[in-house]
Design a protein around this ligand. Structure first.
Ligand code: ATP
Ligand code: MG
Ligand code: FE
Length: 340
């Protein structure tokens, strides 16, 4: 079946078309430039932009897939978690398409979509797999026995998400929003060993993470440097910060694979685009004999294909469709791939 996926949880309007593990169309309209001057996503601005982008993005996705609306067999949409007003635009559009086409509607979980998208790049997910989800709002380590029906959280961040830490540290360093890609780029010119920043919850026997202490350590380093009039090297700070994040994330993810006897690790979410996390994960997975799967950066950040990919799995699992009174859920828990 041909699945159309609609994503509007944050500031990307995404529409994807997927058949099984095959990606046929993937169009994203982002309102990120409209948020830059505020240093973060403004919910009302994002909702408004989704409203304007929705229908044109659906048609661009259909065109790029060489398909017509009437070819679509089912519609999957992000029901949560995300911004209330933003989610509402996508869910309303999905309901309208489902009703008009007479096709089933599936309200799915954005976070699980970040994991499911890997199938479009590397084929069917091994069962089970460990997934490290690192995005703007979330940082979780997951045991995924079945992406449509059985996702279990092993650990979470106790404070900031990894992406949030990148964005806050970028601001401290005077780099633009969103900060992740800027820190990644600056770090290439820096020495990760020039400063030793703390590794939150390192070796604490849990799969939880903490990034607020690291952020504070960077803030203090910058303040001290400014007070002493010393020459602050943004590339060195960026590289040392990035090393701390990559070190803890990849260490705990590989430990989870070993402890649970799982042979495959998926890393996904916007922060999985990070070059140092990718490189360190590759090295440590190779040492541990674990297969590493990281989708290409375009699929790691928010898009509609990830929602279609999860929709395809939900349909294949034979789960019942959502009804037309499907509600948005801004804090949909990760252990529910399908919203009820
Ligand atoms: P969530 O999925 O939790 O609702 P979100 O959808 O806003 O949050 P994503 O779009 O998955 O998050 O990811 C955005 C985050 O990824 C931002 O914090 C951004 O700074 C970060 N990011 C993007 N590219 C990189 C990179 N190369 N290195 C580090 N972080 C990055
Ligand atoms: Mg975004
Ligand atoms: Fe996301």
């Amino acid at each position: 079946p041909l699945i159309m996926g609609i994503e509007t949880s944050c500031d990307e309007t995404g529409v994807g078309l997927v058949r099984g593990c095959e990606l046929l169309g993937d169009e994203v309209a982002s309102s990120v430039e409209q948020h830059v001057r505020f240093g973060g996503v403004v919910p009302e601005v994002a909702s408004r932009a989704h409203l304007e982008a929705m229908v044109p993005t659906v048609h661009r996705a259909l065109d790029s897939a060489g398909a017509k609306l009437s070819d679509v067999d089912a519609i999957a949409v992000t029901a949560g978690p995300g911004l209330a007003g933003a989610l509402l635009v996508g869910v309303s559009a999905a309901k309208a398409y489902a009703l008009a086409l007479g096709k089933p509607l599936y309200g799915v979980n954005h976070l699980v979509g970040h994991v499911a998208v890997d199938q479009l790049e590397h084929g069917p997910l091994p069962k089970p797999a460990i997934a490290l989800l690192v995005s703007g709002g979330h940082t979780s380590l997951l045991l995924v026995r079945d992406v449509a029906t059985d996702v279990q959280s092993l650990g979470d961040t106790v404070d900031d998400a990894a992406g949030e830490a990148y964005d806050k540290v970028a601001r401290l360093l005077g780099l633009p929003y969103p900060g992740g890609p800027h820190i990644d780029r600056a770090a290439r010119e820096g020495d990760p060993r020039s400063i030793r920043f703390p590794r939150g919850k390192w070796g604490d026997g849990t799969y939880d993470f903490s990034f607020s202490g690291l952020k504070t350590a960077v803030a203090r380093w910058v303040e001290d440097g400014e007070r002493n009039g010393s020459d602050l090297s943004v590339p060195d700070i960026a590289a040392a910060f990035q090393e701390s994040v990559a070190d803890v994330l990849t260490r705990k993810a590989v430990d989870a694979c070993v402890e649970h006897g799982v042979g495959s690790l998926v890393i996904s979410g916007g922060v999985a685009a990070n070059s140092r996390i990718r490189a360190l994960a590759e090295q440590r997975c190779a040492e541990a004999g674990v297969e590493l799967r990281v989708p290409r950066p375009r699929l790691c950040t928010d898009n509609g294909a990830m929602i279609a990919a999860l929709g395809a799995e939900v349909v294949a699992a034979g789960l019942p469709p959502s009804t037309l009174d499907l509600a948005t859920d801004t804090s949909l828990p990760i252990n529910r791939p399908l919203a009820v």
